[in-house]
Structures are given as structure tokens and as C-alpha cells.
Design a protein around this ligand. Structure first.
Ligand SMILES: *Cc1c(COP(=O)(O)O)cnc(C)c1O
Length: 390
């Protein structure tokens, strides 16, 4: 099955659902066993089967996990209550006190907070590395380095990482490689294909796709599943029944939405590039984006999220621009059908602070008509310029 067909066919069994096309919402806490023997045969070990308590899964959650594992090219998947809780399960499952984590400097900010505020407290050493380090990561690997964590492209600044080179170096030294692949979705890049042992996706973004759910996903090889599943069960960040239904529904249109997000974002990026207010556009599909050649090599598409840097303008001019946008909302969680535009300052300790002399903005291209979005941006620039000279 090709990916688009899989998205339509997976996670539903009409003949077991009285012919219903969609698997229903499964609200559950308790699962009943029909015999004492079945009751006594519950596995409490590392295994995924059988279902015995809805905290560890319902048939609907299982079906979505299996679908996402297949789409992401991995044998196992675990769904969690948020993207961040998927990351927490992963980091908690793999890292012990006294061990060392190599973390990309361009990581999603909440992941960074977990490392600095929780992992450090638990005795895990964290070193941030330049996302563009590639194979030179070898120089940072220590005898106690357990995990090398990548996020590509990086949050806000969009550096594309050489994950295959990093994975080769990490594996040579016996370290595990994790990749936060939320931006690309499994349709445009699969972590397993690049050498990552574990992939992370925030389903809150494109898999949900409608700004109405929060959910996370880990996919992995058989080697890492037992440890991840054990910690998932112990922490138990179980996604809710409605979220599972909605994320499954999101899968059905993921491929067509991604095509549109891609096309619109590229049009906006090209348009922004020739604006006098804009210093640079950071979009992995544009040659000036750090790591662009790696994106060309490793990805089959680009999504709707990118950044651009404007010249320095007074804050009131920026407010004049952003306060009155018609279609672009100011909000953090992207990947829905709606366009977003927010200013940001990237927190970096191991790589250049490139945006310091300008205004950095992160844009999510939603599913509105590109022409209307360009008109909205054009009017915004007009307000910006007008306010800047007052
Ligand atoms: C949003 C996001 C997360 C966190 O996901 P939530 O579902 O919001 O917890 C993690 N990584 C990346 C790259 C994200 O964009």
C-alpha cells in the first residue's frame, strides 16, 4: 500500500463495526475478561498484549498506533497524551542518573525546559550541540553518552540536521538516536530511514490538523520498545478517547492537507523573500536555509511552517502589523488549517544568535487561499511601515 492509500485504509474494520466506515469513539476504563483463565493470563511485563486496562489502550488506540507505526516505517508505536509527554517518556525511559545526553540547541523549547529543570535535577548531564554539527558530533560523545537527540528542522530557526551522519557517529559509540520529526510528518520524512532508533511526533500538529486536540507519538524498533512501553505504563500519559478519534480522522486527509500547506508556504516564502522589509527567509526548501542540501537529500517535501527575519523596527510598528492581521492569528501550536504569525526570540547556547539585530517571525501557512494570505501580509507591511515613520 502506498502512503496515501494507507491513510485511507488503516485503523478501521467495518466488518467488525456493524459496517460503520469509521471506528467509533471508545470511552473506557474497564475491560472485562470472560474466563478466569483469561484473567490470569494478563501480561504485566514488557509486552503490548493483551488489553487489560484502558489506561494502556483501547482497540481504537491500538488501531491508531498500528496505523502510525506502519506509516512511519517502524514496527512499534506508542501514543501519548501530548507531544511533550512522548518526549518525557522517551527521555525518562532511556536516561539514568550519571548518564549524558547530547541535545540539539535548536530543540523545541518545552523539551529544553524538561532537560534543564527535570533531567538535570535527576542527575542527567545535558550538553547542547550546534544543530549543524553533522558527523563532528563524535567529538562531543563521552563514555557515558547514552542518547543523541535531534530535531530536524530545528524549532523556530529551521536548521536541517545531518541525521544520518549523526546517527552513524552515535551508533559507533553505542549511543541511541532519537529524532523529533514533527515538522515533516511521516509523509515527508521517516526517522527510521535516516538511522534514528526512535522518532517523535507531536500529533497535535499536522496529524490532528484541525487545532482541536493534543497528542503525541513515539515510533521505534523492537529493540527500544520494551523500555519505552514500560515507562509509558508507569507514567501513563494516556490520550483521551475523543483525541484518538479525531487524530484517526486527521489521518484521512493528512496527505492532501500537507500538499496544500507545502504549496502555500512556498508561495508565501518566495513572496516574502523579495520584500524590502525582510532580511532573510528560513525555509528548508530555500537554498539560504542552513542545511538546505540535507533537506533536499533526506526529505520528500516541506510543510507549512517557516520563519523570516525582518529589519529592526520599533515594537509599536510590529504591533501595528500583527494586531490587525485578518487571517494570521498569534498562537503557538501550529499544524491546524489556520494561518499563524508570531514573533520569537530563539534561546540558543551552542549556536549563533542570528536574529539579534532584527525581528524574527514564525509563520504557519494554513489552508486559506494563498492570494488572500499575501494580501493580508501586504496590508500588514503597510501598517508596519506607516507606524515606523510616525
Ligand atoms: C509542538 C511540538 C512539540 C510538543 O507537542 P505537544 O503535542 O504540543 O505537547 C514537540 N516537538 C515539536 C517539534 C513541536 O513542534
Amino acid at each position: 500500500m502506498r502512503p496515501q492509500t494507507l491513510l485511507a485504509a488503516a485503523a478501521r474494520v467495518p466488518q467488525k463495526q456493524d459496517g460503520l466506515v469509521n471506528m467509533p469513539v471508545m470511552r473506557a476504563s474497564t475491560l472485562l475478561f470472560s474466563t478466569l483463565e483469561a484473567f490470569e493470563n494478563i501480561h504485566h511485563g514488557d509486552g503490548l498484549y493483551p488489553l487489560h486496562y484502558a489506561r494502556s489502550g483501547t482497540p481504537a488506540m491500538r488501531a491508531l498506533q498500528e496505523a502510525l507505526a506502519e506509516i512511519d516505517g517502524a514496527p512499534y508505536a506508542i501514543l501519548t497524551a501530548s507531544g511533550l509527554s512522548a518526549i518525557v517518556v522517551l527521555l525518562t525511559a532511556l536516561l539514568n542518573s550519571g548518564e549524558h545526553l547530547l541535545m540539539t540547541d535548536s530543540v523545541y523549547s518545552s523539551t529544553r525546559h524538561f532537560c534543564d529543570q527535570e533531567l538535570a535535577r535527576l542527575g542527567v548531564e545535558v550538553t547542547y550541540y550546534d544543530p549543524l554539527i553533522g558527523g563532528k558530533i563524535t567529538e562531543l560523545i563521552r563514555p557515558n553518552t547514552k542518547l543523541v537527540y535531534c530535531e530536524s528542522p530545528g524549532s523556530q530557526t529551521f536548521e536541517v540536521q545531518d541525521v544520518p551522519a549523526i546517527a552513524t557517529a552515535a551508533h559507533t559509540h553505542g549511543a541511541v538516536v532519537a529524532l523529533d520529526n514533527t515538522w515533516a510528518t511521516p509523509l515527508f520524512c521517516r526517522g527510521a530511514d535516516l538511522g534514528a532508533d526512535i522518532s517523535i511526533h507531536s500529533c497535535t500538529k499536522y496529524i490532528g490538523g484541525h487545532a482541536d486536540l493534543v497528542m503525541g507519538l513515539l515510533t521505534c524498533s523492537a529493540k527500544y520498545f520494551p523500555a519505552l512501553w514500560r515507562t509509558f505504563q508507569n507514567i501513563a500519559p494516556t490520550p483521551g478517547a475523543d483525541e484518538i478519534y479525531l487524530a484517526t480522522r486527521g489521518l484521512r486527509t493528512l496527505a492532501v492537507r500537507m500538499q496544500q500547506h507545502q504549496e502555500t508556504a512556498l508561495r508565501l516564502a518566495m513572496w516574502l523573500k523579495q520584500r524590502p522589509e525582510v532580511v532573510k527567509v528560513l525555509h528548508p526548501a530555500l537554498p539560504e536555509c542552513p542545511g538546505h542540501e540535507i533537506w533536499q537529500r533526506d526529505f520528500t517535501g516541506s510543510s507549512g511552517l517557516f520563519s523570516f527575519v525582518m529589519k529592526p523596527y520599533p515594537r509599536k510598528a510590529l504591533a501595528a502589523m500583527l494586531d490587525d492581521m485578518q487571517y494570521f492569528g498569534m498562537g503557538f501550536s501550529w499544524g491546524g488549517y489556520e494561518s499563524l504569525l508570531i514573533p520569537f526570540r530563539a534561546h540558543r547556547t551552542a549556536s549563533p544568535h542570528w536574529q539579534d539585530d532584527g525581528i524574527a517571525l514564525r509563520l504557519h501557512a494554513g489552508l486559506e487561499d494563498a492570494q488572500d494570505l499575501i494580501a493580508d501580509l501586504e496590508a500588514g507591511f503597510k501598517r508596519l511601515n506607516k507606524s515606523a515613520v510616525l
